[in-house]
Design a binder for this molecule. Structure first.
Ligand code: FES
Length: 113
């Protein structure tokens, strides 16, 4: 028998589904553009990582885990709106560093490359 106090009410279920939708939207990759220090623009499609796009553009970057945990691909960031998805950078570092193997951005992200 189900106890009434253990069944979530419909309002709680709607809130949970709303949070799940918002989380899914936040994780959906969006295309963005990286501006290199020299001024060249590198497009990052929704189907690729920033690291892959930079490599394809001929920018040599070290990388090891490609999962945002080792920090070997870390690079400097001048401006833009990054979406940090790594597990490496400190809160302070997130203001001026970027992990291209997992993190993304909106619009144009200017990197120190
Ligand atoms: S390659 Fe390890 S954090 Fe990017």
């Amino acid at each position: 028998m189900i106890r009434p106090d253990t069944v979530p009410d419909s309002k709680a279920i709607r809130r949970k589904r709303s949070r799940q939708r918002a989380a899914k939207i936040a994780l959906t990759p969006e295309p963005f553009v990286i501006e290199l220090g020299e001024g060249r623009m590198v497009e990052v499609s929704a189907q690729t990582t920033a690291l892959e796009a930079l490599r394809a553009a001929g920018v040599p970057l070290l990388a090891s885990c490609e999962n945002g945990v080792c920090g070997s691909c870390e690079c400097g960031m001048f401006s833009g709106q990054p979406i940090h998805r790594d597990s490496v950078l400190s809160k302070e570092a997130r203001g001026h560093r970027f992990i291209p193997c997992v993190s993304r951005a909106t619009g144009v992200l200017k990197l120190d490359l």
